[in-house]
Design a binder for this molecule. Sequence first.
Ligand code: SF4
Ligand code: SF4
Ligand code: FES
Length: 250
Amino acid sequence: MAKRTFRIWRGNKDGGEFQTYTEEVSTGMVVLDVLHRIQAHQAEDMAIRWNCKAGKCGSCSVEINGKPRLSCMTRMNSFTEDETITVQPLKTFPVIKDLVTDVSWNYKQNKRIKPLAPKKRDADGNHRMFQEDVDRVQEFRKCIECYLCQDVCHVLRDRDGQDNFVGPRFMIRLASLEMHPLDTADRIPAIKNEYGSGYCNITKCCTEVCPEHIHITDNGIIPLKERVVDRFYDPIAMLLRKVRGDKKHA
Ligand code: SF4
Ligand code: SF4
Ligand code: FES
């Protein structure tokens, strides 16, 4: 056991400040364990959101020493022994209380996205897909909706950006639908005009913080941007589409 110092943001939507706590830390603890210990011994009214403590529910997202992290997956031994650990709520979303933010804006973005529209089954009643097509979208299905990528995205950090861009989490949801081998819906015009793909300048900060190691930019956002370019800016593809009467991919 060793005593460690934490600075934790305490407050609500009207404002707040960092408070300093010193707490005993045992071998093997993660930041969420220490937050619980502080809550039990020193700050009973401190609000923390968590659920699984296994990196799977996406609830315990906070900023630790300025970086978006899951508190249940951040081991205390990743810090030096004399380091003060600063914990604060996600900056991109409004604070409810202490470390808990209101992430409901994200659920609204999800509702705006056209769901899967599967093509008709084959004559024998089956759907058929190539394994490589299934593998491609499987990566995107690993998302635990922790919104760490949304938190770090500089477009969304600027609250005006939230009017224009759905953010990386929903770009990969769009990618999972657009690349789905059975899907027939056309979301490319909306990806450009409503969901704001042009606002992403591929800084890859979202990919760096994703706890599921999803290649958000390389495998999701960039291919979607390429489809937008093919559709709206490639004259040969546009001509071919016109000749063929295609509505969807060029
Ligand atoms: S790559 Fe795009 S979506 Fe990801 S953080 Fe940067 S601007 Fe945001
Ligand atoms: S893409 Fe990664 S960082 Fe973004 S919400 Fe999903 S799991 Fe979290
Ligand atoms: S508590 Fe579920 S991801 Fe951390």
